[in-house]
Design a protein around this ligand. Structure first.
Ligand code: GDP
Ligand code: MG
Length: 163
């Protein structure tokens, strides 16, 4: 059975950018059932010598303010249930926002196996956000730049024992 990694986190942290980098062009839709699953994209990831399934939660960006929190929560819970581990992304440039704390709480409550990563950490702009990420209490954050492909070796090292 294939190892499944869910990429979770609030909108705009870079989940889909990382998903696309891991999956390349081999992208598939999970299914088109009504409800939250239509907003989860699944693909076959390639990282170093490893192959695994990766899930991206999409469709949150166009949600209205009223429904955003509930939809984010349901989608994230569903992704956690489908996954063996969750890659929890924060935006190192923005630092830890209240919305990030909401996701951290969901992951804790679900007893998810969490891998924390601070994305957009290329250059020096992400340094304070990286420090803030430690305070989430979810372990040492991996420093990533999904856009520039930085930190992928560190991610591979953390994933290797799990796969
Ligand atoms: P999602 O909403 O979490 O799926 O985030 P997206 O993948 O759509 O990315 C949101 C924005 O952040 C886009 O404009 C991306 O180009 C940008 N972005 C993603 N990864 C990085 C990164 O590593 N560094 C920088 N500077 N921007 C990034
Ligand atoms: Mg996205």
């Amino acid at each position: 059975m294939s190892f499944t990694l869910a990429i979770v986190g609030r909108p705009n942290v870079g989940k889909s950018t990382l998903f696309n980098r891991l999956v390349g062009r081999k992208l598939a839709l999970v299914d088109d059932q009504p409800g939250v699953t239509r907003d989860l994209r699944e693909g076959e990831a390639k990282l170093g010598h490893m192959r695994f399934t990766v899930i991206d939660s999409a469709g949150l960006e166009e949600a209205t303010d009223d429904s955003l929190q509930g939809r984010m929560r349901r989608l994230t819970e569903r992704a956690v249930e489908m996954a063996d581990a969750c890659l929890f992304l924060i935006d190192a440039r923005a630092g830890v926002l209240p919305a990030d704390e909401v996701f951290a709480d969901i992951l804790r409550r679900k007893n998810a196996h969490v891998i924390l990563a601070a994305n957009k950490a290329e250059g020096r702009a992400g340094e304070s956000g990286l420090l803030e990420a430690y305070a989430l209490g979810l372990g040492e954050p991996i420093r990533l730049s999904a856009e520039h492909g930085e930190g992928m070796t560190d991610l591979a090292q953390v994933l290797a024992p799990l796969i």
